[in-house]
Design a binder for this molecule. Structure first.
Ligand SMILES: [Fe+2]
Length: 394
């Protein structure tokens, strides 16, 4: 644990069923005179954007909608959305959807008040000016983008992902209405929920954790342990949906100031090269990364086992810690994530490239165990499935 730290959350949070109905009032309070709504085609087709545009129309607040967003939002989406916002003289951005929509909306808000190109700000705290007001409306419970400093954007030509991190990239308001998550299909509920868990867990065991983030991580993990399965198998369970959206938000409050670990370090290149959804790749990697990290923080992994309902009495700390890994493997299976990295086309010949790219991540230095390139490759091998693991060890 670090002994000096900074914790800052400039984003206001409005949370609860029905909070979306107050959208126009929030736009007014933030001084918005014309709004750019940013939402991917999925949320447009599902009618979610209508739930935002209706209160704006009723209050006679003009708006335009930008929906040219891909699942992994590209730099190009930001540039197109920014051009539209400038042409239409928009002064407030609303992002609605999963992480892709929110990351794009945040980056557009940032570029409305900053010079140059979004590529100029890849890295951490390189942005000179506060963004235009941004309201983030999450419709998935996992990315936590509504409350983080990060926008992760794909450079499709270079097959890489670029991360822009700045306190100025945090939304002005996170408007979190659990009812908007009620129609998410089980596989997306599962993947995004496992992403939220990976945020809480990686932050909890890493080297830059501090008392504030620790408390947030524990609370988030408890809520996920009790509600993720229910949210997946009972999509209409409003309490489980409520708890999962809150757990995702709380996990974001934890990792925003601590960074993450090797699952996220590897998830970025694996997602970019093999088109694996972010939550799925984290879910596949998480037990393997936990196994690798146990010796770096045995006590905390033993605590995680207890949070996930394992009986740790009469066992050594090390034995209890091992139970955390099996508990997360069981959770992953229960929510229907049974894929391996091999299923997405990862082969032995790709591992050097993936390990080298992952090693550049800012999530590596905070991981509880310092990895070598070979360690990263071994984690991938474990996540490729038993056939490959046998081939490698023979
Ligand atoms: Fe994530």
């Amino acid at each position: 644990m670090v002994n000096q730290f900074r914790y800052e959350i400039p984003t206001a949070i409005e949370f609860g069923n029905g909070v979306i109905n107050d959208l126009a009032e929030h736009v007014r309070k933030l001084g918005g005179t014309k709004v750019l709504i940013v939402g991917d085609p999925g949320v447009v087709n599902a009618g979610v954007v209508d739930k935002l545009s209706k209160p704006l129309e009723d209050s006679k607040i003009p708006y335009v909608t930008f929906s040219e967003i891909e699942p992994d939002p590209a730099i190009k989406s930001v540039e197109k959305g920014l051009n539209l916002a400038k042409e239409e003289n928009c002064d407030l951005v609303i992002g609605v959807g999963g992480g892709s929509s929110l990351d794009t909306a945040k980056a557009i808000g940032l570029m409305l008040t900053n010079p140059g190109n979004i590529r100029d700000y890849v890295g951490i705290n390189l942005v000179p000016n506060q963004a235009a007001p941004v309201i983030a409306v999450p419709t998935t419970a996992g990315t936590g983008s509504e409350l983080t400093i990060w926008s992760v954007l794909s450079d499709k030509e270079a097959k890489t992902k670029l991360s822009v991190g700045s306190i100025y990239n945090m939304p002005t308001l996170a408007l979190c209405d659990p009812q908007l998550t009620s129609t998410l299909p089980p596989h997306i509920t599962a993947a995004t929920g496992m992403d939220a868990l990976t945020h809480a867990l990686e932050s909890y065991v890493n080297k830059s954790t501090q008392p504030i983030s620790e408390g947030l991580s524990i609370q988030s993990m408890k809520m996920i342990a009790q509600n993720l399965r229910l949210a997946v198998v009972q999509g209409e369970n409003s309490d489980a949906r409520y708890q999962m959206l809150l757990a995702s938000l709380i996990a974001a409050m934890a990792f925003n100031s601590t960074r993450l670990g090797l699952a996220h370090a590897l998830a970025i290149p694996l997602g970019a090269h093999f088109n694996i959804p972010h939550g799925v790749v984290n879910a596949i990697l998480l037990p393997e990364v936990m196994q690798f990290n146990i010796i770096g923080n045995v006590d905390k992994f033993a605590e995680i086992a207890e949070i996930f309902g394992e009986n740790t009495k009469g066992f050594t700390k090390r034995e209890a810690a091992e139970k955390a890994v099996s508990a997360i493997r069981q959770l992953k299976k229960d929510v229907g994530i049974t894929q391996t990295l091999s299923d997405y086309g990862l082969e032995e010949k790709h591992l050097d490239m993936i390990a080298e790219e992952a090693m550049l991540s800012g999530n590596v230095p905070v991981n509880p165990v310092k990895p070598t390139l070979e360690d990263l490759k071994n984690i991938c091998r474990s996540a490729m499935g038993s056939e490959v693991r046998e081939t490698v060890t023979n």
